[in-house]
Design a protein around this ligand. Sequence first.
Ligand SMILES: Cc1ncc(COP(=O)(O)O)c(C=O)c1O
Length: 385
Amino acid sequence: MKLTSRARFSTVCLHAGQDPDPSTGAIITPIYQTSTYVQDELGKHKGYEYARTQNPTRMALERNLAAIEGGKAGFAFASGMAAIGAIATLLKSGDHVVVSDNTYGGTFRLFDKVLTRYQLCFTYVDTSRLDEVERAITPATRMLFVETPTNPVMRLTDLRAAADLAHRRSVRLVVDNTFASPYIQRPIEFGADLVTHSTTKYLNGHSDSVGGIVVATRDDDIEWLKFVQNAEGAILGPFDSWLVLRGTKTLALRMQQHNANGLALAQFLSTHPKVKHVYYPWLPAHPQYELAQRQMRGFGGMLAFELGSLEAARRLLNSVRLHALAESLGGVETLISHPATMTHASVPPETRARIGITDGLVRISAGIEDIDDLKEDLARALDAV
Ligand SMILES: Cc1ncc(COP(=O)(O)O)c(C=O)c1O
């Protein structure tokens, strides 16, 4: 498939990295479910030797996602956490990392419980406050690891300002772009050096695969990540690679619907008498509305709202029918969850309180159902609160 350098986002999503299969012309990249490749003669092969190192389905997905994020190369891993683990191998003992304080719990667990055993050190700050980031940077700092928006209170970090600050201090900017998806926000355009995703979420989009990706821009990082992907071996398998490739073909369409449904639910909830507060930066009253407009294209399907007490949250969560009570996000089906007892149960209560994760907070990952059905379901459940 020949894409021009001007190809627009949805065209890139559909076609980048994929050519019709050379042996049959199949328009969809096949699932190359093989562990090895037969060589023509000693020392002569077709570019594929062993499937941990090279797999055509995985490599098509890696090219596809690198193009979608506007990077130079992509590396697909068995999960979002394996991708973040691979990024951490760019560090050496004694190095320091500044991290968004409200980062995903699994990322915190990897940094705090595993990597600190290897003389790496981490400082957690509110990265929406660049003065705090600047104060946290030391001569040993090698990385600024940012999640924007954060989960579940949707706090934003100014990506261009963060990249400028990081680069002034010779620090790499790494952005976990899972919550936004590249349709909504492309961190490399603002100066990020590395972008990572749990492909489990919006990129795959169908709640049927676990995976991760790292998209890199610097040649030294690309060389190292390629080496580490093979050396550690936490690769994404061919079937999951194929599922995510299928997912990215509809990324633009799905995200338009997630944007519309997320906004409509946020508007509906913000006028409901039983809802005390709505976290959704695409609402003009949100304090970071202007930043959201500047660096995002819609706010997608993630929103959270405050009902005031655990009992109120429990009544709502036990009354919804169409909203599925489940962890995870970014799929076509709408999910609803209770951060304090589900995704953020392992976060100490005082940290939860500081971030705003109260017992009355409810999170929704708006899917792509008909908005009237979602609103009816919520309205009925709110009657029970
Ligand atoms: C923002 C973010 N990053 C990374 C991960 C980890 O991804 P995975 O579950 O695919 O390992 C998650 C999972 O929920 C996440 O929400």
